[in-house]
Design a protein. Structure first.
Ligand SMILES: *Cc1c(COP(=O)(O)O)cnc(C)c1O
Length: 337
């Protein structure tokens, strides 16, 4: 339907988490290993960037500009993508002081990305302008840059996880059963947005659930609803686009239908509590599975708490998407005692 540049190792495997499922006596928990998508550990980001890369290259662009936090996984994945494609990458990063070369920032440097640091204040209010100015400067130098929004969270970025649903449907055929809920950490929104789009495009019967690790549920419901509207512009002749447009509004993607479980942001984006660290350690030892502190650690913790509260039926099957983020585990945050 929509063209992509094939860069990820797909399909990613699905594993059952036997011991934690047994301990909780709740639904069966499975994990889809999107931490193994490749492109130097790009996690969930590479599925979105496959569509972004195709769009950029088909438009004749020969440089990429994007933005994020100084330890952004998305920026590091974009830096890796640029190196892979052989085109320069320009990152606008939110950081008040000169950062140490650790974690993702070190990898940005190794991949050869050019970096512009701006203050948090400037980032929050004027990053769009900063990126446009950068684009103008690069154009004057003869480059044709392509702008990618934070987290590649726009309409196009949603197609990465829309197609992941097609992949999951194929895997479910082998298992002989559908997953009742597909759960993911939500940070900028297009992973969950993509799953919701995929549910409609490929008719998946399950419920798509996000657990936000920053901001709050209403913020993401609004943002994702908008993103889905933008996504439909990429498939103008699709029956879903026609149905949504003819109804005047977009009932399929109404804000209140976007399921976000709020309450697991903890101390805030990129900050971990002792409880969260204890949980990451528990899962590492119980299942031999490493979660990251910024996204999957919080979201999986949230999922387990919800199971303990009885929010999910015992006979359900849950698929948690492991979105990656391994580099957040070592120096950037590390275990503080
Ligand atoms: C970016 C990211 C997410 C969140 O995905 P969004 O599409 O931004 O909501 C989740 N997990 C990891 C490891 C990430 O890097």
């Amino acid at each position: 339907m929509l063209k992509k540049r094939s860069l990820a190792n797909l399909p990613t495997r699905i594993q059952k988490l036997e011991r934690i499922s047994r301990e909780l006596k709740g639904p069966e928990i499975y994990v889809k290993r999107d931490d193994e998508t490749g492109l130097e550990f790009s996690g969930n980001k590479i599925r979105k960037l496959e569509f972004v890369a195709e769009d950029a290259l088909s438009k004749g662009c020969n440089a990429l500009i994007t933005c994020g936090a100084v330890q952004s996984n998305h920026c590091r994945a974009t830096a890796a993508l640029g190196a892979k494609l052989g085109i320069p990458v320009f990152l606008v990063l939110k950081q008040n002081q000169e950062p140490d070369y650790i974690g993702n920032y070190l990898l940005d440097y190794l991949f050869g990305a050019s970096i512009t640091l701006i203050t948090e204040e400037e980032y929050n209010h004027r990053r769009g302008n900063v990126m446009l100015r950068l684009r103008d400067q690069l154009e004057k130098k003869g480059l044709n840059p392509y702008l990618i929004p934070e987290g590649a969270s726009n309409g196009l970025g949603c197609f990465g996880y829309a197609y992941a649903i097609e992949e999951i449907l194929m895997q479910e055929k082998e298992f002989g059963r559908h997953f009742d809920r597909i759960v993911v950490a939500t940070g900028s929104g297009s992973t969950l947005g993509g799953l919701i789009l995929g549910k409609e495009l490929f008719e998946h019967p399950g419920e798509m659930v996000g657990i936000n690790i920053t901001a709050d549920a209403p913020t993401f419901q609004k943002r994702i609803s908008l993103m889905l509207k933008q996504a439909l512009e990429h498939i103008p002749n699709h029956q879903i686009t026609k149905a949504v447009n003819s109804s005047g509004s977009h009932p399929l993607f109404a804000q209140q239908k976007i399921n976000i479980i709020d309450g697991y942001v903890g101390d805030g984006y990129g900050k971990s509590t002792q409880m969260e660290w204890d949980f990451i350690k528990k899962i590492a030892q119980q299942e031999g599975l490493l979660l990251d502190p910024v996204y999957t650690g919080k979201a999986f913790y949230g999922l387990v708490q919800e199971i303990k509260k009885g929010s999910f039926d015992q006979d359900q099957r849950i698929l948690f998407i492991h979105t990656g983020g391994i580099f957040g585990l070592i120096p950037p945050q590390g275990l503080q005692r």
